[in-house]
Ligand binder design. Structure first.
Ligand SMILES: Cc1cc2nc3c(=O)[nH]c(=O)nc-3n(C[C@H](O)[C@H](O)[C@H](O)COP(=O)(O)O)c2cc1C
Length: 372
């Protein structure tokens, strides 16, 4: 059985397995390894300066001649980044006092000052992607508008949009996406929403409910994301109408992933109830491994700074935690599939194992159905 789907035909890949373009984790080596194994690797463009992204794209091309993608966040609060000057004094003080607790514990200087405004990179990185013409432009937390989708198509670039609701799937499709990624609530990382709902609850429709609804809503190949880490997940997603699967957490724990060792170790040790959906890490809702940082922040009820300003305010804490090997104060995005992940293989082996397992699942299925 080949597992060739419409997604494979559209993108020119062998297997319908996509590796997420995870910020600070998916570099050229990871991407090329997945592509060489027959899947689609996606390069992370988040917070990467345009010229660095060009270098990374060229490096992928040196390592493989297979199709690959480049991922960017298109969130409105990055275009341009929110100006911290507008944050009310009391909010700023409350958030910094909370962060100062962690700073004190890590032995780094405390501060009450305003974080600096993040660099305005999105338009220039979009331009770099258009000029470099990777086979796939993948977007998260927002989608390409009609004009940009057309420009991609003129340049031979396929457009992939990750969404977490049926309404957003319809809109992204109408704006010209070629592939929709349906991100269920189990997924690790940020909820793919262009905005910030008031509560985490509104962001967590599970994959098994969301996926068939998205499949019914759009006439495009749909890729399932969230909670999938092995061949059983691939078969289940195909049964629900998906044309492929996108995995994040599984690829964090691979040899080529750029995640630091303390993070990979936590992924390997954690059960599926170890995650939480929180806004304290970046200011946007994201599923991550719970630790002292996420728990104590939530328990204190301290104010959270606006989207992505929270991330830059806490960055000194994260850097110190990493230097000190302290996973309790380091942000570790991960999904509920974390409880399925117990080894640290090469990324190509992950692709091969999923296909092998999926074949075995399908072979065993008729027998299991008869027995039950
Ligand atoms: C560590 C981590 C970082 C992520 N960063 C990004 C990103 O930069 N861009 C993106 O499109 N998705 C990102 N995601 C989300 C994935 O695209 C995807 O929705 C999710 O990983 C799928 O669920 P899973 O983690 O259960 O496989 C990230 C996920 C993780 C775990």
């Amino acid at each position: 059985m080949s597992f060739r789907t419409a997604l494979c035909d559209l993108l020119g890949i062998e297997y319908p397995i996509v590796q997420s373009g995870m910020g600070a984790i998916a570099g050229p080596e990871l991407v090329a390894e997945v592509c060489r194994a027959g899947g689609l690797g996606i390069l992370a463009g988040l917070n990467v300066a345009p010229d660095d992204l060009r270098t990374m794209i060229r490096r992928v091309r040196e390592l493989t001649d297979r199709p690959f993608g480049v991922n960017l966040w298109l969130h409105r609060d990055l275009r341009p980044p929110i100006d911290p000057a507008g944050i009310p004094e009391a909010t700023l003080r409350g958030a910094q006092e909370m962060l100062n607790r962690f700073r004190g514990r890590l032995g780094i200087p405390t501060t009450t000052s305003r974080p600096v405004r993040g660099p305005d990179l999105v338009d220039a990185t979009v331009q770099a992607v258009l000029e470099e013409r990777p086979p796939v432009f993948s977007s998260a937390l927002g989608w390409l508008d009609h004009g940009l989708s057309e420009e991609c198509h003129r340049r031979g670039i396929k457009v992939m949009a990750m969404v977490s609701s049926v309404a957003d799937a319809r809109t992204a499709a109408a704006e010209g996406a070629d592939v929709i990624v349906a991100q269920g609530g189990e997924a690790g990382g940020h909820r793919s929403i262009d905005g910030k709902p008031a509560t985490a609850e509104a962001t967590t429709v599970g994959t098994i409910a969301l996926l068939p609804q998205v499949v019914d809503a759009v006439r495009l190949p749909v890729v399932a994301a969230g909670g999938i880490a092995d061949g059983r997940g691939l078969v289940a997603a195909l049964a629900l109408g998906a044309s492929g699967v996108l995995l994040g957490t599984r690829f964090v724990a691979t040899r080529e992933s750029m995640a630091p060792e303390l993070y990979k170790k936590r992924v390997l040790e954690s059960e599926s109830d170890a995650t939480t959906v929180t806004d304290v890490l970046s200011g946007l809702w994201a599923r991550a491994l719970a630790n002292r940082f996420t728990r104590e922040y939530a328990e204190a009820g301290a104010p959270v700074l606006p989207p992505l300003v929270q991330r830059s305010a806490a960055n000194d804490v994260y850097i110190a935690a990493l230097k000190q090997g302290d996973a309790e104060h380091y942000p570790m995005m991960a999904g509920q599939s974390v409880g399925l992940i117990r080894d640290l293989p090469g990324a190509g082996e992950v692709v091969q194992a999923i296909i092998r397992e999926a074949r075995a699942v399908l072979q065993a299925l008729p027998e299991r159905v008869r027995q039950s």
